[in-house]
Design a protein around this ligand. Structure first.
Ligand code: TYD
Length: 199
């Protein structure tokens, strides 16, 4: 199974790129499956609504996100290509404040079956200026995103840290999110070919 994950802050263009990749796979008759976190199946989408509306404390959030994650993984059948819209890096980026959080999250990542560890993770790194510009153009975000908006620097730093932590054999690819969507799409495809996820 070839697993790919997409990561990034709100307004990073992550969803746009996932949609472009979906179209690309369809056009080229490549069998694939897409999922998202939190959520990903019928029951977990209900839990998603609750989590994203919640005021849970951080430790509870870490455990909720991982509980939802393990449940999702146990429901997934082997695929040719499986694409995640957010995966464990999001928990590290958003819920890691202290060393204790860090150790707990890394320990939980260790518990993930290796077959689900992405071969490629695309992280769309956005700078504050681009973020604010896009926020102004697109308007309001959900409650959860609002909560983390003021923590941009911490989250960005956590993603940077994650880019340096080797998780099994995966390749963490940081992409400059201020580039055009066409350029980014080409970069995504180029890497998928380079790392032999498709021919
Ligand atoms: P979503 O509406 O999917 O946002 P986006 O379009 O930015 O992906 O909301 C997902 C939110 O959940 C987002 O703010 C990030 C957050 N999140 C965490 O904080 N930890 C996690 O482990 C995951 C999977 C998501």
């Amino acid at each position: 199974m070839n697993v790919i994950s997409f990561e990034g802050f709100e307004y990073s263009g992550k969803s746009t790129q996932i949609n472009l990749l979906k179209k690309y796979f369809k056009k080229n008759n490549i069998k694939c499956s897409f999922t998202r976190e939190p959520g990903g199946n019928k029951d977990l989408e209900k839990i998603r609504k609750i989590i994203l509306k919640s005021n849970f404390d951080n430790l509870s959030l870490i455990l909720f996100f991982f509980a939802s994650r393990f449940s999702l993984l146990s429901s997934i059948k082997p695929k040719n290509i499986l694409v995640f819209d957010r995966f464990f890096d999001s928990t590290y980026a958003y819920q890691k404040y202290t060393l204790k959080d860090k150790n707990l999250i890394l320990e939980l990542i260790e518990q993930i079956d290796k077959k689900f560890i992405p071969k490629l993770t695309f992280y769309f790194k956005i700078d504050k200026k681009t973020l604010l510009k896009r926020k102004k153009q697109r308007g309001i975000s959900n409650k959860f995103d609002k909560k983390y908006m003021g923590e941009f620097n911490r989250i960005q730093k956590n993603y940077n840290e994650m880019s340096k932590i080797k998780i099994y054999k995966r390749n963490f690819i940081t992409i400059d999110a201020s580039k055009t969507k066409e350029d980014i799409h080409q970069e995504v495809i180029k890497n998928i070919i380079k790392w032999k996820l498709i021919k």
